[in-house]
Design a protein around this ligand. Structure first.
Ligand code: 5AD
Ligand code: SF4
Length: 468
């Protein structure tokens, strides 16, 4: 085992498999489960791993949380509202238990890793039966076994950063699979709690990643989404360090039909990665590149380690190497000390870059992060006004940026029936933009060639072409 990337040993995974088998034979075990997931794709994929273990324990998913014997909340703490929503819903379930005393409640994910949270759960939320952190996910079978045998809450929060290999996974969307390449983050952006709750950056061995990709391919996946808090710094600390671009090149050669990845940090966006994308057959022409702010002063306070100019240069390089590339971003407004001028710089940058989509957030102070203790916290009404202006600008610009797809050929990986009409399906095109087209349930999971013909309420509509 190497110290920087400590893999959970196969012996430990085998031990956990024993607990899975033990629970499967318990007469009083819960029969149905429901997982409530908050936050990012990492959490969504952790929930797929929990579901994999629960399925092997012989439990079946219940569509509604109030009908399940066992409910797990997989929480997020990146912003205060995610945390409040989770705590509200967990407390609501306590009421359900008054009529169904056999209900078991577990809470896991990033919120549990926050300093002091385990103690708070034991004091304030005594009705929670089981709580465990992101580092303890692979120990879930053992912890659940303890919960079922004991009459008091089980809480385990480890600070050791590990890489779990070999856990069963039950995928929610079998045609589009998440594949984690690295865990944690070392960047310590001053507003962000992730490095504190997800731990230090650690990369999976390329061999393990490529083997998982082979298995996914032979099970018929159409798309692999590579996951990591900072995917493009992948490869540090490996026995034989490699780059993220190298890894992408290997996957491209395996002919995975579609390859996507997120999230990238602008400071680690290398020329090698841009060249690999330009020369690849299967890496989709799309990029999620969080900018966070358009003001150099704020970027510095955020500890982002790039300037507005460098960011724009990276986008230009991407656009000239991969013409028409789909571009999305994350933006925070109301960071401590953000003036009207700083905010104006963000608005200008958005006008200059012209994103296909932008996820916009009001800054939320997180205990323990540097920004939470900075002077000049921006009043709520100012942040609210700024985010409204930013969203309005983005929506306005999006009409023109999305207009560039009109008449273009696209390929949509169909996700489901469209919410607008039962005779239409929707999914993402190669550029990462949502597209609606005529179709039915038989199309779900297929890649459908089409031609974009319209733009309705900032969503593209298309007509079908002959199928692949
Ligand atoms: N407040 C507001 N937004 C935040 N994000 C991360 N931390 C915070 C915070 N404290 C946003 C960033 C990041 C996205 C996942 O969440 O924009 O890219
Ligand atoms: Fe948070 Fe910054 Fe790491 Fe992203 S790169 S997870 S924003 S610390």
């Amino acid at each position: 085992m190497n110290r920087i990337n400590p893999v959970v040993t196969p012996e430990e995974i085998a031990r956990q498999q024993e607990f899975i088998r033990e629970i499967a034979t318990m007469p009083h075990r819960p029969k149905t489960y429901h997982i409530v997931t908050y936050g990012c794709q990492m959490n969504a994929h952790d929930s797929e791993k929990l579901a994999g273990m629960l399925d092997e324990m012989g439990m079946t998913p219940a569509p509604k949380r109030e009908e399940a014997d066992f409910v797990i909340f997989n929480t997020c703490c990146v912003r205060d509202n995610a945390e409040r929503r989770a705590l509200g819903n967990i407390t609501w379930l306590k009421e359900v238990r008054k009529t169904r005393p056999e209900l078991i409640i577990a809470v896991c994910g990033c919120m549990i890793q926050e300093p002091g949270m385990a103690e708070r759960i034991l004091k304030q939320y005594r009705f929670i039966d089981l709580a465990f952190g992101t580092s303890n996910l692979h120990r879930f079978p053992e912890l659940l076994c303890m919960t079922l045998e004991k009459n008091e809450p089980v809480v385990e929060v480890d600070k050791e950063d590990v890489i779990p290999e070999g856990l069963p996974v039950s995928r929610l969307r079998p045609e589009s699979a998440y594949l984690t390449v690295m865990y944690g983050c070392d960047n310590f952006c001053s507003y962000c709690i992730v490095p504190f709750v997800r731990g230090r950056e650690r990369s999976r061995e390329p061999g393990a990643i490529l083997r998982e990709a082979e298995q996914l391919l032979s099970s018929g996946v159409r798309e692999i989404m590579l996951l990591g808090q900072n995917v493009n710094s992948y490869g540090k600390g490996l026995e034989n360090p490699v780059s993220f671009a190298w890894l992408l090149g290997q996957l491209d050669r395996m002919s995975v039909p579609r390859i996507r990845f997120m999230t990238s940090h602008p400071k680690d966006l290398s020329d090698e990665l841009i060249e690999t994308m330009a020369g690849s057959a299967h890496i989709l022409p799309q990029f999620h590149l969080p900018v966070q702010s358009g003001s150099n002063r704020i970027l510095e306070k955020m500890n982002r380690r790039y300037t507005r100019e460098r960011y724009i240069e990276r986008v230009q390089s991407l656009r000239s190497a991969v013409p028409g590339i789909g571009l999305s971003t994350d933006i925070i407004v109301g960071f401590p000390g953000e003036t009207e001028e700083d905010f104006g710089d963000t608005m200008d940058l958005v006008r200059e870059i012209r994103y296909d989509s932008a996820f916009t957030f009001i800054y939320s102070p997180r205990v323990g992060t540097r920004a939470a203790y900075m002077p000049d916290q921006v009043p709520e009404d100012v942040s609210n006004r700024r985010i409204r202006e930013l969203i309005a600008l983005q929506e306005d610009l999006q009409r023109t940026t999305l207009g560039r797809f009109l008449g273009m050929e696209e390929e949509v990986l169909v996700e489901g029936i469209s919410r607008r009409s039962g005779a239409e399906v929707s999914g993402k095109g190669k550029h990462g933009v949502s597209i609606t087209l005529p179709g039915g349930p038989e199309d779900i999971g297929k890649i459908v060639p089409c031609r974009v013909k319209g733009l309705k309420n900032n969503t593209l509509t298309a007509e079908r072409k002959e199928e692949k």
